[in-house]
Design a protein. Sequence first.
Length: 142
Amino acid sequence: MKRLLDQWFLRLFFGVAACSWMPHWACHYYRLETQSSFIVGSWDFSFTDSVVSLLIYTVLIVLSLLAIQIEKLRLMAATLTGIGHLSIGSLHAFRLAHPFAFEVFGHSWSQRASLREAVIVLPFAVLSLLVAVLLNSERSRA
């Protein structure tokens, strides 16, 4: 586990973490540009909802990019990335067991797409939380 905290790994990890938020950011950006729908269950995202989502994803992207070089930001960036991806992945996993409406850009998001999302996002969430735990334990020892 100590190797997970190697500097080269952490720089790579936080670069990937920044990239991992880009599809979510781009989804809301494109939705706003096209004035298309984004519906999750009974929540029909408004213009304001997507602007707030863009701001949140922007903060997560910038935080991850800064964490590549600024060690003090790494614990927060890994924790927020882990919790965020765990939330998104869990939403898609829940949808597999209990289907609900999910519409992106005026098109229904398939169950297969939710399965792919869960399979990709949940392991990265676990890795992010593992990095956060290891960073926290290293900080406690220092």
